[in-house]
Ligand binder design. Structure first.
Ligand code: RI2
Length: 325
């Protein structure tokens, strides 16, 4: 895996699926943003549980249950906003409570983990194909942060021969825009990087905005990288379609029951260096925001493009059998 440290510059994409890590290392890598992106952290969580089942030895099922619960809690605490991580782990643990012996439980967790990872990767591919159809030949696209689902749509459109241009935001403070422009430039796509505050100014050149999602709520709102909602507002004002990409496991059933999505606040050192401002200055570093459904023209899922108003139906189909605790 390519190591990423925070110095204000991200230079390489990471892909946790090329490596295998134990639970503690996975937790650390997610917290430190070495593994980032809602889909990747979900696959990393599922992989960590699957690998634990593969490699660890337990004397009995009670001991295994206790260790798996500890692992689950640690993973879930690593980043609070993306429900993909919770759903990936829930999927991996589906049926575990009913297992009566270690061998059966190990096989189940390994199978579930592999199934989730495969389905997650396939979902991104399907989103790419479906979302690319919304990109017209000659279109200029604006994207934000670094979403594998959103970028897949753009790459598929490009590979199908459409002549497209992309504007990508810097995405302070982690500057994931660097990852995005590197990825797109490598594909031979015409890409321009802008600072986040240039979004409204460039909107007149944009035909479609395509972003990813960390969590999709029951009322069709989308939680994504800080700044997404201002892209949506600027697009709305300019009558530019605003499209969100999200695998269906980014839908949060908990929001149906009144839970609010926790917006992660990260350390202030990501914004200001020590001594740069007086101690009396408060610094606030929320890393996600919520875009209300009314600003979203469509959500591209692996099941097709749906309106934010349809999220509830998909939620019921997708999660009907899951028990929420
Ligand atoms: P995919 C990222 O969060 C960005 O907010 C991005 O839009 C979202 O995850 C979805 O990414 P962060 O981990 O799952 O960089 O589409 O904070 O890759």
């Amino acid at each position: 895996m390519i190591k990423i440290t925070f110095d204000g510059f991200l230079t390489h994409p990471c892909d946790c699926m090329e490596i295998r890590m134990n639970v503690d290392d996975t937790v650390k890598a997610i917290k430190d943003m070495e593994i980032r992106g809602a889909g990747r952290i979900a696959r990393a969580g599922a992989a960590a549980i699957g690998d634990m089942a593969r490699s660890q030895k337990w004397k009995n099922i009670d001991e295994m249950r206790s260790d798996i619960k500890t692992a689950k809690d640690k993973l879930l605490a690593s980043r609070p906003t993306a429900v993909s991580l919770l759903n990936g782990i829930q999927f991996t643990l589906k049926g575990f409570d009913k297992c009566t012996d270690v061998k059966e439980a190990k096989e189940l967790l390994i199978r579930n983990s592999d199934d989730f990872i495969r389905a997650s990767n396939e979902a991104v591919e399907k989103i790419g194909v479906i979302g690319s159809r919304r990109i017209k030949d000659g279109a200029t696209i604006l994207t934000h942060c670094n979403s594998s689902a959103a970028l897949e749509c753009i790459k598929v459109a490009h590979r199908s021969g459409k002549k497209i241009k992309v504007y990508a935001t810097e995405s302070r403070p982690w500057r994931q825009g660097i990852l995005t422009v590197n990825e797109l430039a490598k594909e031979g796509i015409d890409v321009t990087m802008i600072i986040d505050s240039a979004v409204r100014s460039v909107m007149k050149r944009i035909d479609i905005v395509i972003v990813g999602s960390d969590t999709i709520t029951s009322n069709g709102a989308v939680i994504n990288k800080i700044g997404t909602s201002q892209l949506a507002l600027a697009a709305y004002e300019s009558r530019v379609p605003f499209v969100v990409c999200g695998e269906t496991y980014k839908i949060s059933p908990q929001t149906l029951f009144g839970d609010m999505v926790t917006i992660e606040e990260r350390d202030i050192s990501e914004i200001v260096r020590k001594g740069e401002v007086p101690d009396s200055v408060k610094v606030f570093n929320p890393v996600f925001d919520s875009t209300p459904a009314r600003y979203i023209d469509g959500i591209v899922t692996e099941r097709g493009i749906v309106s934010p108003g349809s999220v509830y139906e998909i939620m019921v189909q997708q999660f009907g059998e899951i028990e929420f605790k």
